[in-house]
Design a protein. Structure first.
Length: 468
């Protein structure tokens, strides 16, 4: 049975209502919270949104050309495109300063990605699974939060959905694919050039595999993947072993400057953090700080911390749903390479492995760039939400999630880690439980994770040895 168009339109209206509605609700609630920051007192969820919105209105109300938005010396937007877009909306509609006006259009663009993700999923999976993809896009908490703010990520998420849609078009529809991929690349270049490069790499890899996938020898594929992996490992090693040095040096070129800024920024965020972060970082050798930041950033926002740390009810509500959404999605994504989830066709298998590899790389990169912060890191990684959803749909379509050995292990590792750290936060903030200490808590979580992952293998090997 074919899904009627009105169902997809209904989900679009739902997505738009959630995004714009929550933004309007936040604008009325935040000023009533005592002790909030200046942006919160003005009704903004993000500092960047506050600063950019004020400058956009100031530019629109002046007699200056909107091209001045791209002047980085006076711009609150790193690349200028988002500032220009908001200033353009203010100038077109005129009148007094109304932050909800640009927010509506941002929510509208963010919600419109649902059409592209549904179309992409319907070409790859059954219509039932495509509906799951559209519903996940509409309801994913981090996407709702970002779509409720004057941020660039809602636009980039939709551009990402356009790219996903473009790569699923058939050869006979190549002109449509070219048009939408061009819109996605140009649009993201306008808002964030780095994301344009990321989407271009995703698109190029998929097309190359689609064109030459059946002709590529396994040896060639392994060599390319091996060299790429080696390059990434060398880069990671450079960052790990140069953590302290990079924070104090200069003149390292483009990559070195990015690494230096990342180091300084993460060091600052880690110093501002409390509890688990300060204790662990203070006890780690310098070479292990970055790996910890990456792991810590990958699980941000930390669900047990949100449950027990004191805070305003509004922010605890927001934090709970943000973390719960990610904790539900992450184990499904990580299940992709395991338990025969991938298609039998070699070409299709390579395509999905490509999407999986880029997605994991982006998650780790986002964690590296903003690992110590529970706001920047999640919003960076959510840019590829459409591809995360497609990977999750691949697992759901297979019907093997939680039925295969490794998918069950991944979920059990997550649940055991949640239980261990929930106990630690419970003891720290309520006194309920036992004082294991943070180091013993981390060690217990690692032992349980390794036991779940490899315990059955070790037992099987031990039994074989006993028979000898």
């Amino acid at each position: 049975m074919r899904v009627h168009r009105w169902v997809v339109w209904g989900l679009f209206i739902l997505a738009l209502t959630l995004r714009f509605g929550f933004g309007s609700l936040a604008a009325s609630i935040l000023p009533t919270i005592e002790g909030g920051s200046q942006p919160q007192q003005a009704g903004y969820l993000f500092y960047d949104a506050y600063h950019r919105d004020l400058q956009a209105y100031e530019l629109a109300a002046s007699d200056q050309s909107l091209i001045n938005a791209f002047n980085q010396k006076s711009s609150s937007d790193q690349y200028g495109g988002m500032l220009w877009f908001m200033a353009f909306i203010y100038r077109v509609f005129g009148g007094p300063h109304q932050p909800l006006v640009p927010q509506f259009f941002i929510s509208l663009i963010g919600a419109s990605g649902i059409f592209f993700i549904f179309s992409a999923a319907s070409r790859l999976f059954s219509e039932k699974t495509a509906m799951v993809a559209a519903l996940a896009f509409a309801l994913y908490p981090e996407s709702i939060l970002l779509g409720s703010s004057q941020m660039r990520e809602p636009l980039l998420i939709t551009f990402s959905a356009m790219t996903a849609y473009a790569i699923t078009r058939k050869v006979s529809e190549k002109y449509s694919a070219i048009i939408w991929s061009a819109i996605a690349l140009i649009g993201s270049l306008f808002v964030s050039p780095g994301i344009a490069i990321l989407l271009l790499i995703l698109l190029a890899g998929w097309l190359i595999i689609d064109r030459f996938g059946t002709k590529l020898e396994l040896r060639t594929v392994l060599i390319v993947v091996g060299l790429f992996s080696l390059f990434l490992l060398v880069g990671l090693a450079f960052l790990v072993f140069s953590w302290q040095k990079l924070g104090e040096s200069s003149g390292l070129g483009i990559v070195g400057e990015w690494a230096r800024r990342t180091t300084l920024y993460n060091a600052y965020l880690l110093k501002q953090s409390s509890g688990i972060v300060q204790v662990v970082v203070g006890s780690l050798p310098s070479g292990f700080v970055l790996p910890f930041v990456v792991i810590y950033g990958t699980i941000q926002p930390v669900l047990p911390a949100i449950l027990f740390e004191p805070g305003e009810t509004f922010w605890k509500f927001v934090g709970f749903f943000r973390s719960a959404g990610w904790y539900l999605l992450l184990p499904i994504i990580l299940s992709v390479p395991f338990d025969r989830v991938l298609p039998e066709s070699r070409k299709e298998r390579l395509k999905w492995l490509w999407i999986f590899s880029i997605s994991v790389f982006w998650i780790l990169l986002a964690a590296t760039r903003g690992g110590g912060d529970q706001w920047d890191n999640p919003r960076y990684r959510t840019i590829l939400l459409p591809f995360f959803i497609l990977l999750a749909c691949l697992v759901i379509q297979s019907g093997l999630f939680l039925k295969g050995q490794w998918s069950r292990k991944i979920v059990l590792i997550e649940l055991s880690s949640l239980a261990v750290f929930t106990h630690w936060y419970s003891w720290r903030y309520t006194g309920f439980g036992y004082d294991l200490g943070i180091r013993n808590t981390i060690l217990l979580a690692l032992v349980l994770a390794l036991g779940i992952a490899f315990g059955d293998i070790m037992i099987r090997k031990f039994r074989i040895l006993l028979r000898l």
